[in-house]
Design a protein around this ligand. Sequence first.
Ligand code: SAM
Length: 223
Amino acid sequence: MSDLTGLRDDVYRRPLATALERLGLGPGWRCLDVGAGGGDVSVALAEMVGHEGRVYAVDSDPLARDEVARTAAAHTQVIALTQAGEDLILPEQVDLAFCRFLLLHVRDPAVVVRRMAAVVRPGGWVVAQEPITSAGRVAGMPLSMPDARHPDIGALLPSLVREAGLDVIDAWAEAPAGVGEGPVARYLESLTGVDPEEDPVVLPPLVTVIGRRPSAGSEAASQ
Ligand SMILES: C[S@@+](CC[C@H](N)C(=O)[O-])C[C@H]1O[C@@H](n2cnc3c(N)ncnc32)[C@H](O)[C@@H]1O
C-alpha cells in the first residue's frame, strides 16, 4: 500500500491509495491537484514525488491558496495557484492531473476534465474521484447535497473521461460504510451537521476513473 501518511484519517483514503499505487506514482513526478481545498491530497502527493517532483495545487478560491501554503509549508515542491479548473493553465505539462470532490461543484464538469486532459503529457494520467451522492444511505434513506451543482456526477465520470480524449484504463466505485461511533459517523456529521448515532451509514460511493492520454505516436496514428 502506498505511504499516504497525510491521509491517515480520511475515510476515502483507500480508493486514493489504490489509484496512486496503480499508476506507480513516485519520485520526480509532476502532478496537478485541481480543487485542492486545504491541500491534504497535495501534501500526500508531494511526499510521494519527493523534492525532485512538483505538485501544482490549484483552487478557484483565493483563501485555499493560503490554506495550502500553511498545510504544505514544509514541502517546497508544492506550488499553490488560484485558478478555476475551467481556465487551467500551467507552466509545464504534468504526469498526473488529479481531482477529488471537485466536479460536483463546477459549472461544467466536461470543460474541467478537458482542461485536465490538455495539461497532461502524452502518455500521462488523469485520475478523477467523484461521488454518487444519492447512492449514499443513512438508515436506508438516500443522501442529498443541495449545495452541489452535480451531486451524482460520479455516475457520469467514465464517459466524461473518455469524451475528453483519454483512454479509460480502470474505473470503480467504493463506499465507506459503518454503524455507531467511528470515522464514518464523524465524516457524515462533518458533512451534514447531523450525528447518525446508531443508524447504519453508507457514505456516497466515490467513483474513481483512471484515464490515460494516448502517447504521441498513437495520437498521430489515429489522425
Ligand atoms: C470539497 S473541496 C475538495 C477538496 C479536496 N479535493 C479533497 O478531496 O479533500 C472542493 C474544492 O473545489 C474548489 N472549487 C470549486 N469550484 C472550482 C473550480 N471551478 N475550479 C477550481 N476549484 C474549484 C473549492 O474552492 C474547494 O476548495
